[in-house]
Ligand binder design. Structure first.
Ligand SMILES: CC(C)(COP(=O)(O)OP(=O)(O)OC[C@H]1O[C@@H](n2cnc3c(N)ncnc32)[C@H](O)[C@@H]1OP(=O)(O)O)[C@@H](O)C(=O)NCCC(=O)NCCS
Length: 153
């Protein structure tokens, strides 16, 4: 798995639950990291974490929407490491693993209506998913649903 500089990517493991919850609490304030939910997400489906000198600095996980479709259910990159390609490298690695496991599409839901979200954060996330080749397939005034066919579909 390729990532910039000293960042290493690997699949998420059960011992990553607590560092992921702490990253969410630190970077995605005021959300509380739901440890049980994170543990479920890391179990049985692909996930990717990024580490720097052994410290967990980013993650992405998913949940099954259909036998061949996942929702990329949450993703955070530590603020000090953004715009360095870490998020893009994680999504690319995640898509490869999903495709290898038989998944043929991925969906991401981005909403301005979550507590604590800012216009700036929403704009960054939307620009990010568009840059990764996702398209908006449905939107309300506050929420956009992004989707991408993986591989040849
Ligand atoms: C969205 C997020 C995961 C992106 O991670 P990242 O490591 O910064 O993303 P990358 O460096 O791989 O960016 C890839 C491309 O996405 C787009 N992009 C990313 N952040 C952007 C921003 N703030 N403004 C405009 N475009 C942006 C750019 O096209 C960028 O390429 P470039 O830097 O060559 O211009 C990160 O900003 C984050 O963790 N945000 C807070 C958590 C969050 O909102 N999570 C849910 C939605 S993903």
């Amino acid at each position: 798995m390729n990532a910039p500089g000293d960042i290493e990517l690997r699949p998420g493991e059960p011992h990553d639950v607590e560092p992921i919850a702490l990253l969410i609490e630190r970077e995605n304030h005021p959300r509380v990291g739901d440890r049980e939910k994170i543990a479920r997400r890391l179990e049985g489906l692909p996930s990717i974490v990024a580490t720097e000198d052994g410290e967990l600095v980013a993650f992405i996980h998913c949940r099954r929407m259909a036998p061949d479709i996942v929702e990329l259910s949450n993703m955070v990159v530590a603020a000090r490491l953004r715009r360095r390609g870490v998020g893009g490298a994680m999504v690319a690695a995640m898509e490869d693993r999903l495709h290898a496991e038989g998944f043929r599409a991925a969906v991401f839901v981005n909403s301005r209506l979550h507590a604590g979200t800012t216009d700036e954060r929403v704009a960054a996330a939307r620009a990010f998913w568009l840059a990764r080749g996702y398209t908006i397939v449905f939107a309300t005034a506050g929420t956009a649903v992004f989707a991408k066919v993986l591989g040849d579909g």
